[in-house]
Write a protein that binds this ligand. Structure first.
Ligand SMILES: NC(=O)c1ccc[n+]([C@@H]2O[C@H](COP(=O)([O-])OP(=O)(O)OC[C@H]3O[C@@H](n4cnc5c(N)ncnc54)[C@H](O)[C@@H]3O)[C@@H](O)[C@H]2O)c1
Length: 339
């Protein structure tokens, strides 16, 4: 459900690459999105629908919810009513109450609701989990996760006309970089440490002043086990530059060593008392890995490999409330800018 950018570039190719899964039907209320989707997969036999009832009557066994976040609650409600397991894109919804209702409706129907945290399935993230669990760096005390980028730039040139990049506008209106990208990092930190976040605080700046949501934001979070996680994320890093650049790094610091990952430098290493181990780099996302796990779970009924609806709720709640606190602070201090 939802045939936009992430369906075309993330979910559909991964479904097509996963043994045991068939991309059977696609629903989107927008005929333009469906046409674009069909153009992207000319060799694939997939039925497209802008009529919801016809979609649900098309003989499907599970649904990936890839619509924009405000549509997730109604999509999930419809899937529950039709007895279908759901893998739902992040952020799960626009507020806590909606996410809680999504979890409840799926639980009442005895159906799994999986949060599509595809970063967990990256070989880099999986290796970090294995190393942390094996004690390779001792007890994890500090995690620093950074993703600063332009989100494809503030402006786009369409047939000689410059206008604001609509994709970036959509992401800023859904809550900005902490809600959009930060949720993945909050989820990774909870998953790697196996420890809940008990306190958190964010600070932000409006490098791009157009939006209510901050375009550059830092989150500091304490875990129950004494670890501290810092997340820095931006959609306004070189967003007006001719040649935008990004910064994407993980540092996991333990009592007996550290793990470092620099995506753009393609450097992934473990340093501890045994020396330095250079490990193979990989993309920070892995939709195919996520779908392999989803297919295994659908086959066996064991969903323990996958992030839960609750994981989605916790990460989204932290990202959203942290962002809202920054917006409140900005208003109270009358920091200059449009909103
Ligand atoms: N996991 C990731 O790395 C990642 C990356 C980008 C986006 N996302 C998330 O994926 C979701 C979609 O993002 P996108 O970039 O594809 O956005 P998009 O705007 O390109 O696509 C959204 C699609 O949803 C459709 N839609 C609207 N209402 C709908 C409804 N009621 N039912 C079904 N479809 C409906 C729209 O017509 C559009 O085609 C968002 O929640 C976003 O945060 C995740």
């Amino acid at each position: 459900m939802g045939a936009g950018v992430i369906a075309r570039f993330g979910h559909a190719p991964a479904i097509l690459e996963t043994p045991g899964l068939v991309l059977a039907s696609v629903y989107d209320p927008s005929p333009e999105s469906l046409a674009e989707f069909a153009r992207s997969f000319p060799a694939v036999e997939v039925e497209t629908f802008n009529n919801r009832d016809a979609f649900f009557a098309s003989g499907i066994d599970a649904v990936s919810v890839c619509s924009s976040a405000p549509a997730h609650p109604s999509n999930v409600r419809d899937c529950a009513a039709h007895g279908l397991p759901v893998l739902c894109e992040k952020p799960l919804a626009m507020n806590d109450a909606d996410i809680a209702a999504m979890i409840a409706v799926m639980e009442e129907a005895h159906l799994p609701l999986v949060a599509a945290f595809c970063y967990r399935f990256s070989p880099v993230a999986q290796t970090i989990k294995r190393l942390v669990d094996s004690g390779a760096i001792g007890a994890v005390r500090s995690i620093r996760l950074i993703y600063n980028w332009s989100l494809f730039g503030k402006y786009t040139n369409d047939g000689g006309q410059w206008h604001e990049n609509p994709y970036r506008v959509g992401r800023m209106l859904e809550g900005g970089p902490m809600v959009d990208c930060g949720v993945h990092f909050i989820d990774l930190a909870r998953w790697w440490t196996g420890s809940e976040i008990t306190d958190y605080k964010a600070h932000a700046s409006w490098v791009d002043e157009e939006y209510e949501a901050p375009s550059h934001i830092w989150l500091h979070a304490d875990h129950q086990n004494g670890c501290h996680t810092a997340v820095e994320t931006s959609f306004a890093f070189t967003h007006t530059a001719k040649d935008p650049v990004s910064l994407f790094t993980y540092d996991i610091i333990g009592t007996n060593g550290a793990i470092r990952y620099d995506r753009d430098g393609w450097r992934f290493e473990l340093r501890n008392g045994d020396g330095t181990q250079i490990m193979p780099g990989s993309s920070e996302k892995n939709f195919t890995g996520m779908y392999h796990a989803w297919a295994r779970a659908l086959r066996t009924g064991d969903f323990s490999e996958l992030p839960t609806g609750r994981d989605g709720m916790v990460a989204t709640r932290i990202a959203r409330t942290a962002t809202e606190e920054c917006i409140r602070l900005r208003r109270s201090r009358h920091i200059p800018g449009k909103p």
